[in-house]
Design a protein around this ligand. Structure first.
Ligand SMILES: C[S@@+](CC[C@H](N)C(=O)[O-])C[C@H]1O[C@@H](n2cnc3c(N)ncnc32)[C@H](O)[C@@H]1O
Length: 306
């Protein structure tokens, strides 16, 4: 009988839960690494199916949440927890006895808790300090970048990580606004961007004009693309032959990194692609959890021990 956990989806509703965990082919006492444990939804399902989990998250609040929701104590037979960055997955797995893992899951991006309750300025709908660090160990905040990066640096961030077509106009407005006073909060930044786009915040029904700017800053602050590349490479190293690497991504930049990494390993004959096209959520899931709408799941199976 496993003792993990009493989940209430208050922290985060997992996307593609059944699809992702089924793709892992969980076997009793198999070793699985949840590289982004968040609120523990995927881990709980792996454990329910008999697997043992090493859960990693860089966010101290996520690790605390999992600890509190354990029925009895934290480190137990089914779950080992580590606060850390998944770019170090190979080292963490070695330290915690999870090399030759039967499966590794990455559920990328941020949790609902981080967006709605962390108070770190991830949402353009809230008025919070512009921080956006998922881990307190990250040095630069979004506030540092918005107020100190050059116009060119801001342009690169918004166009590369946000694929923002209005990047020039938004950079101009930000540079003008910060010359009067520093931009401190998520609301201030959202209003500057909304004004530059000619859209009023009230009555916006489609994509908010600041959506891509906020995405871009979050990716830059947390070095998300570099961490993902390192994390995928490390995860593949510590997978057992026939082990599976499962990745759920939420925007095209992430998905492209995953797709190219998987394609290269398949070309080199070291792995096979279990699905050519990504698995996406059903309409029912999207109705129940709007955040799942952009989720894409890819599955890679290792075939050699190289
Ligand atoms: C979408 S949530 C995961 C939700 C989880 N699967 C669940 O069922 O609740 C993404 C999590 O990944 C974490 N994360 C993002 N980048 C990370 C990184 N480089 N290293 C470790 N954790 C990371 C975030 O802190 C967040 O808690």
């Amino acid at each position: 009988m496993n003792n993990f956990p009493r989940l209430n989806w208050g922290f985060h509703t997992p996307a593609l839960l059944k699809e992702a965990v089924s793709a892992l082919n969980v076997r009793p006492n198999g070793k699985y690494i949840d590289a982004t444990i968040g609120g523990g939804g995927h881990s709980a399902e792996i454990i329910r199916r008999g697997g043992k989990v090493l859960g990693i998250d860089q966010d101290e609040d996520a690790i605390e949440y999992i600890k509190k929701n354990q029925e009895s104590g934290i480190e137990n037979q089914e779950l080992v927890l580590t606060r850390g960055n998944f770019k170090d997955i190979e080292r963490i797995a070695r330290e915690r006895g999870f090399v030759n893992a039967d499966g590794v899951l990455f559920d990328l991006g941020f949790s609902s808790y981080q967006m709605e309750k962390s108070g770190k300025g991830f949402s353009f709908l809230r008025d919070e300090p512009l921080d956006m660090r998922m881990s307190i160990e990250t040095k630069l905040t979004a506030r540092d970048i918005v107020n100190s990066a050059s116009r060119d640096e801001l342009y690169n961030i918004f166009s590369k990580f946000g694929e923002e077509k209005n990047a020039y106009a938004f950079c101009d407005s930000i540079v003008r606004a910060r010359s009067i006073k520093p931009i401190e909060t998520s609301r201030e930044l959202a209003e500057i961007v909304a004004r530059a786009s000619g859209t009023h915040l009230r009555g916006v029904t489609r994509l908010h004009p600041a959506t891509r700017v906020f995405q871009a800053l979050r990716i830059a602050v947390n070095s998300e693309i570099d961490n993902l590349k390192e994390g995928l490479a490390g995860a593949f190293e510590i997978l057992a032959p026939n082990g599976r690497l499962i990745v759920i991504s939420f925007h095209s930049l992430e998905d492209r990194v995953v797709k190219l990494f998987f394609a290269r390993l398949a070309r080199e004959g070291r792995a096979i692609l279990a699905n050519k096209k990504p698995i996406v959520p059903s309409e029912e899931e999207i109705k129940a959890n709007r955040r799942a709408r952009s989720a894409k799941l890819r599955i890679l199976e290792k075939i050699t021990n190289s």
